[in-house]
Structure formats: C-alpha cells, structure tokens
Design a protein around this ligand. Structure first.
Ligand code: FBP
Length: 566
C-alpha cells in the first residue's frame, strides 16, 4: 500500500504533553518556609549522640560529633540575605524520582535569600567534585527540569570521596570556587560521605557548610527523625502498577507462576510496600528470613507448600515477590557473602590477573573454609559468578545483578519433583521471572515526591544559609498536608554506627531494615495466608497526577501504617 508523504512542517517535539503539564505544577512549600529563608530562625535542641558505637564514632568525627538537632521556627533572620554566596550540589548513587526538584528547591531557596546567590551542579556524581567539573544551574536551565524524573540535569555516580588525596582535591575545588554551601543528595553511604567531608572541611578550617539530602528508592534511609527517603513513593507506585498488571494477567491466563524480584538492596521495604498495594500470593521478606534463621532449603519448602496447596485447588498459577536483598539474609548465604567480601578485598590483585570466571571461582573456593567452599560449589554457575562480582565503591554486594528468583525457581522445581514422587503434589509448574528496579528510578515524580523533594531542597538551602554543617535536611509530619510539614536538620553523625566494609571497620549511617514489629509488616503477616490461597489481588493502576486528591496525593501504605493513620 502506498504511503502518503506528510507535508506539514511540525516543530520538533522537545518534551511530552505530560511533561508540559507537569512543568506547570507548583510544589507546595511548608508554611514555615513559604516566606523565604529570611523569615526562618534556627532553634537548636539538645546535644546528640550516634545510634551506636559512640566512642568510636566520636573519635572519627571530633569536630561534628554531638551537634544538636535543629528545628526551624518563624522569626526575622535578615543575616542570611546580606552577602551573596556560591552554592553547589552533587547527586550521588542510584537515581530516584524527584532529584531535579531538590535542585529546584535549592535554587529557589538560595535565590529568594539573595538574587545574586549562585547554584552550581557538579557533574557525574562525586567524581565531578574531585575533577572540578560543574555547570551553573540558572533559573532558565532549571525550568526545563522542574517536576521531571531522572538525574540527567547533572547526572550521578558512585565514586566515594575517601582517600586523603580525594578529600584534599574536593577541598581545593570548593575553596577555589568560593563555594560556601555544598549539598550532597544521596543514600546512606553518600550521606556518610557527606559527614566525612563536613568533618574534613571543619578540621581544615574551611568555612563551608555541607548538607545532605535523604535520597533512595530503597526506603532504607529512615529513622526516628527521617520519615522516608525521597523516590520511594514514586518507585513503589510504578512497581505496584506493574505487579498489579501481572496479578491480573495471572488471574486471566491461570497458567503461570510469576516470580518478581524487586529492587531495594538489603532492605525489603519496596517489596513490602508493593505487597501491601497489590496482595500477591507470596511475599518473601529478607528481614523475616533472617530473624527466623531460615535456610535456603526452608525458604524453598515454604514456597513449595503454597504452590502445592494452590495446585490442590486446581490453581497452577500465582505471583511471588522476592526482595533483591533476600540472598544476603539467608544465614548460610550471609556467611558466604561476608567471607567473600573480605576475600575479594584481600586478594584484589591476584584475582585481577585471572580472566576466566571459572579460574576466579576455583581460586575463591581454594581460600574459603570447607563449609563455605562446599556451598559455593553447590550453587548454580550463574549465581556463583554473580556473587563474585566487584563490590561497589562503598563495599556493597551488587545485589541488583544477582538473579535470586532463578535460584529459587531451580530449587523449587527440584522440591516439587520430590513432592510429586511422594504423591504430595500433582500440579504443573511453569515459572516466569521479572526484575523490576531500573524501571522505577527515573519515573516522573508523584505529587508527594515532587512536593517532598522541593521542600527538602529549599530546607537544605536554609540550613546552609544558617551555616549549619554536617546536617541532613529533615522534613517531617509527612502524612499531613505539605503546608504543615515540619522542617529542620539532623546531625549526620547521630545516625552512624560502625560496620565492616571491604574488610575494614568503617563509620556508616545505619540502614533501616524492615521492622518486624512495625505496623506495615504486621499487616502483611495478618493477611498472607488468605492472599496465598485466594486471588485477593489489588490493581493500583498507573500513578495519577490529575484528578481527585485521594488518588493523586496519597502517601505510601508504609507511611500510613507507620503513622497508624489507617
Ligand atoms: P542508592 O542506594 O544509591 O539510592 O541506590 C539504590 C539502588 O537502586 C538499589 O536498589 C540497587 O541495588 C542499586 O541502586 C543498583 O545500583 P546501580 O545503579 O549501580 O546498578
């Protein structure tokens, strides 16, 4: 069939229709910040201490340990507007929806204080700080990125600024560019790094504030003072839409078991939130597996019982959620991973000389104690080699690259075959795997994340203008209307403890794992037997930006249950 040539001269489309409309969205600023930095005063609380290992943390951070929590209260504070300053921001670690709005909040906060204030963005993550690569974020440039997902305005990276040489380079670039406010947007590791830089600059007598902003889709940078990290809300809405769709597909076709691995690194917050939103048949929670000291065989047995019980009812289908960090919580795997972490760090050079995976595996097995060597040998080839992959610059195992769901399916098949022989299972098991992670990290931020990130950025600017350093931007009361959110800062050292990383003891911000006594987990525990047997699936559908508030502005189930608002 002949196609007609189009003669219309259309302007090239530079952004989607949705983006055009989202560009007009005006984030709601908390009342306390709405009249600008010159109307906010600092109220300092009592001195603080770290969550654990106080003596060790204090020794490493002599200049920034013990600082008070800060709350913002109304009051004239014209001092913050007097002198024009240069500020800089860096995005660190994995992408999370809302990063651009943090930068927008920072820019607007600094400009509101003094229109001659300038904001720069270091490019490509912390490596940009060391290599002194940056751009100025002008209001016109910012306008193209307001309320958009992604970190593409200045990109991100996982470099850790830790050696004396790196710290001194960072200092040099901050001093030479007269930067008096440096904002690090990152997760637990990046904010630990922000704490290290704040301490270093104070020790060196540099008059620059370092402020952190809590970012990560994983939801594990939270504690009594930080209610949630940004990005968790949007990412879980995106995953929940996809899992809900799979539940509906499963219920329509009635022939597959879908295994969905969900991102989240060690903690299972994402998996728990998605489960509360969609009610799948099985939800594995890493923290529970650890608490119950379940072996891999026991986890597989748990799955087999549910598959067999559903098969008895003629249901050879279902949905299983697997947190990506599960593997780290299974006691024997945890032991193996810890041994591998040390072994890989101690033998970096020797391993680099081996090019084949099989040689590396042999080398590693020869160095492991017998019990762990046997376990390593017993693992499927793919999983064994994924466990040996390089750790990230902060010493974390790259769990996103380990296909735990495939390991579970392989073992489950064997277990079901055994049950069949024993006459305890008579179904068909056909499995499909998915991994949802990267799909959610750059989504268009939800209304909640668009508001939260803008407030976090603006609040970080106010902290920096008040010369606070070594603080994490804190915006609280998140289940209330954004106008009523409370603002202030939390000392980074307050959240730290000592952990083993890359074979050495290091100060790090403590990761928040799923609390098995917390209300969100209790909701899962209360309902899971019913969800295993039935098709109680919920279909949340796509995230909404326009429409009734209860649909567009709803917070996460996790936050709602944690605040017992339900
Ligand atoms: P952050 O903690 O830096 O926010 O990263 C979160 C995360 O998305 C994890 O859920 C995931 O395991 C990891 O990043 C993947 O890392 P990478 O982007 O380097 O592949």
């Amino acid at each position: 069939m002949a196609t007609k040539k189009c003669n219309k001269k259309c302007a090239p489309q530079t952004c989607s229709q949705l983006q055009q409309h989202r560009g007009k969205f005006k984030p709601v600023l908390p009342n306390i910040l709405k009249n600008g930095p010159a109307s906010v005063k600092v109220k300092a609380g009592k001195p603080t201490k770290s969550v654990a290992d106080q003596a060790k943390v204090k020794k490493i951070f002599p200049h920034t340990y013990g600082m008070p929590e800060i709350a913002f209260v109304k009051g004239a504070n014209s001092g913050v507007s007097k002198k024009a300053i240069n500020a800089a921001v860096v995005l660190s670690g994995g992408q999370a929806p809302g990063g651009h709005n943090v930068i927008a909040g920072l820019l607007d906060g600094f400009k509101k204080a003094n229109s001659r204030n300038k904001l720069f963005g270091f490019l490509g993550g912390p490596s940009g700080v060391i290599e002194c690569k940056f751009i100025e974020i002008t209001p016109a440039l910012m306008d193209k990125f307001r309320n958009t997902g992604g970190f593409d305005l200045i990109q991100s990276g996982r470099t850790k600024i830790e050696t004396d040489e790196q710290l001194s380079k960072a200092k040099e670039n901050i001093v030479n560019n007269k930067i008096s406010a440096f904002v690090v947007v990152g997760g637990d590791d990046s904010n630990t790094n922000a704490g290290v830089i704040a301490e270093y600059l104070k020790k060196e007598g540099v008059d620059a504030s370092v402020i952190g902003v809590p970012k990560t889709i994983d939801g594990d940078l939270k504690n009594e003072q930080i209610e949630t990290s940004f990005g968790f809300d949007t990412a879980t809405k995106i995953y929940a839409e996809m899992v809900g769709n799979i539940c509906r597909d499963v219920n329509s076709a009635r022939k597959y078991w879908h295994f969905v691995r969900l991102m989240g690194r060690s903690a299972s917050h994402i998996t728990l939130e998605v489960a509360l939103k969609t009610h799948p048949n099985v939800t594995l929670i890493g923290e529970e597996v650890l608490a119950k000291k379940m072996t891999l065989a026991q986890v597989v047995d748990y799955l087999a019982k549910i598959v067999a019980a559903r098969a008895k009812d003629g249901k050879n289908f279902g949905v299983v959620l697997v947190p990506e960090g599960l593997i780290e919580f299974i006691p024997e795997m945890k032991e193996l991973i810890a041994a591998l972490n040390d072994l890989l760090a101690d033998n970096e050079e020797a391993l680099a000389k081996l090019s084949k995976v099989s040689e590396k595996k042999e080398f590693v097995i020869s160095k492991l104690p017998k019990k762990l060597a046997d376990l390593m040998k017993s693992l499927p080839e793919g999983i064994a080699s994924q466990l040996m992959l390089d750790r990230d610059p902060h010493g974390n195992v790259q769990v996103s690259l380990i296909e735990t769901e495939k390991l579970l399916i392989e073992m489950l098949r064997a277990r079901l075959a055994q049950l069949k022989k024993e006459g305890k299972y008579n179904g068909k098991f056909s499995a499909i795997t998915h991994f949802f992670g990267y799909e959610g990290r750059c989504g268009v931020p939800s209304n909640f994340d668009a508001n939260y990130t803008y407030a976090l950025g603006y609040n970080a600017a106010v902290l920096a203008l008040n010369k606070c350093s070594g603080y994490l931007s804190s915006v609280r009361n998140l289940v209330k209307n954004p106008k009523d959110w409370a603002c202030g800062g939390i000392p980074l050292t307050m959240m730290m403890n000592i952990e083993r990383r890359k074979g050495k003891e290091k100060p790090v911000i403590r990761k928040a794992l799923v609390d098995l006594k917390g209300e969100p987990f209790k909701q899962l525990a209360k309902n899971r037997e019913l969800w295993a047997k039935t098709e109680s699936y919920l279909f949340p559908g796509p995230m909404q930006f326009f429409g009734p508030e209860e649909v567009t502005d709803m917070t996460t189930e996790t936050l709602k249950y944690e605040h017992k608002k339900k």
